[in-house]
Design a protein around this ligand. Structure first.
Ligand code: ATP
Ligand code: MG
Length: 436
């Protein structure tokens, strides 16, 4: 969506949220904007959505608005639809009875201050009163969140050891917010994460995978390399990937850059991280190491990462394809035109090329990337995937039976076409006749 469209939408969302606060207020209730939207507004970032918190009970919220729906009845969350926008309205609450670091089993309605104290980080525990008559009253801060926002700190609300022990997922949320906002994780909070890191593996791969995908999705302002460094430094890598902790350098991931309108995909970030963790451990390692990895341990590592991060089939296939094609790109100089065109025609080529460029700290890679870039332009101009001049029907008409030989002949005649040795259908048929 264009920027203007998005601004209209968030403008409408804010208007709807403020209207809800107004209605609740007119009926004698306390109601504030809360969570991410307060944090983002104070930072000058456009909020993704607006949430309202109130002392009105869910049944009261439902009575006050026409178009409502429970979304988390046990948590007291009601979705209010107003002016074509949906706003979550949550009743102030406290939560307890966390079992095995997952979700609370007990919820009790409370006031704003206690609601702030149940939240994960101080910067996420601020309230905004949009009806305040003075700027001084606008932000309600029970946890010194504003100071942390200004200092760029992610700090757990309350005792960090207790808070991470209640809900292990908060450890990954700390990394996601730190990486996304470019904040530091406060010392005691970081120490508590290190202490609890090994417990992260007890929560489901779905929940881990969702957080990791959110922090490694490379659209700005996300910083995937920062998130990975933090996970490794805080020892979360082991539980996230279900493999030994390794605080390795990540030069490949750090050098990933989008090329000409091709955004870097999640699978590409994972491919880069995998190379950094499993292939190159020093800056001078030769690029042949990639081939050894792809032909050796790669399938097992991809399977493990797929399970640990609950990757979709599409992401798993993309990850495998990118890694499989990378050695072919590295071997560009020794390949003929047909192989080069086949490589350029694979759907994952832009991602493979971005990954290759990110290997620029290896000897010879920058020069190679420059050469590929120039030569690929010429090959694309000729067409890298022309329709085949001859196909299986032609071979059948010549009396061939489908089988391995059949495939080999079709590949060979297509290679000849890609290399320009065959330029017409007659040429192709003649070539097949002679090959018989
Ligand atoms: P984002 O912009 O990524 O949505 P957010 O801060 O809005 O960030 P949400 O996951 O939408 O994050 O949660 C809304 C609010 O609920 C948070 O700001 C935080 O106050 C609270 N919260 C969410 N998850 C937890 C958790 N696991 N533990 C404690 N509080 C949480
Ligand atoms: Mg949110």
């Amino acid at each position: 969506m264009d920027t203007l469209g998005r601004m209209d939408r968030t403008g409408a969302a804010r208007d709807a949220a403020v209207k809800i606060v107004q209605v609740l207020h007119d009926h004698g209730h306390t109601a504030y904007l809360n969570g991410g939207c307060v944090r983002d507004t104070l930072l000058g970032i456009e909020p993704k959505d607006y949430d309202v918190a109130t002392d009105a009970r869910p049944d009261v919220v439902r009575r006050l608005f026409d178009n409502t729906q429970y979304v988390g009845e046990s948590f007291g969350v009601v979705l209010v639809r107003l002016n074509h926008v949906s706003i979550e309205v949550a009743t102030f609450r406290i939560e307890w009875g966390y079992q095995d670091g997952r979700r609370p089993t007990q919820v009790q309605f409370s006031d704003a201050e206690h609601d702030a104290l149940r939240r994960d980080f101080t910067i996420n525990a601020l309230f905004e009163d949009p009806l305040a008559t003075s700027e001084a009253d606008r932000i309600i801060d029970y946890v010194d969140g504003r100071a942390d926002l200004e200092a760029g700190l992610i700090r757990a609300v309350g005792d960090p050891d207790q808070r991470f022990g209640e809900d292990y997922l908060r450890m990954l949320r700390a990394v996601r917010f730190a990486a996304w906002l470019g904040f530091k994780i406060e010392k005691r909070t970081a120490r508590a994460i290190r202490n609890h890191a090994h417990q992260l593996g007890r929560i489901s791969p779905e929940r881990i995978g969702q957080e990791v995908a959110a922090m490694l999705t490379p659209a700005p302002p996300a910083r995937p390399a920062t998130a990975i460094r933090l996970m490794q430094r805080l020892r979360l890598d082991s539980a996230v990937l279900n493999e030994d902790h390794a605080a390795v350098k990540i030069p490949t991931t750090a050098a990933l850059r989008a090329k000409r309108g091709n955004p870097i995909s999640y699978a590409t970030v994972l491919a880069a991280w995998m190379l950094d963790r499993h292939v190159f451990h020093d800056e001078k390692a030769d690029t042949a190491a990639v081939e050894r990895f792809v032909e050796g341990p790669m399938p097992a590592v991809v399977r493990r990462w797929r399970r640990s991060l609950c990757l979709s089939n599409d992401d798993r296939d993309a990850l495998r394809a990118i890694l499989t094609h990378l050695p072919r790109a590295l071997a560009w100089s020794s390949q003929g035109v047909a192989l080069r065109k086949r490589l350029l025609a694979t759907p994952c080529w832009p991602q493979v090329f971005a990954l290759l460029c990110a290997e620029r700290h290896r000897p010879g890679v920058t020069a190679l990337a420059g050469r590929i870039d120039r030569e690929a332009k010429a090959l694309f101009a000729e067409g890298v995937a022309p329709p085949p001049l001859a196909n299986g029907d032609d071979l059948i008409a010549m009396g061939h039976k489908p089988g391995p030989e059949f495939r080999r002949l079709l590949d060979a005649v297509y290679d000849a076409q890609l290399e320009g040795r065959i330029r017409s259908r007659q040429d192709a048929l003649r070539w097949l006749q002679q090959a018989k």
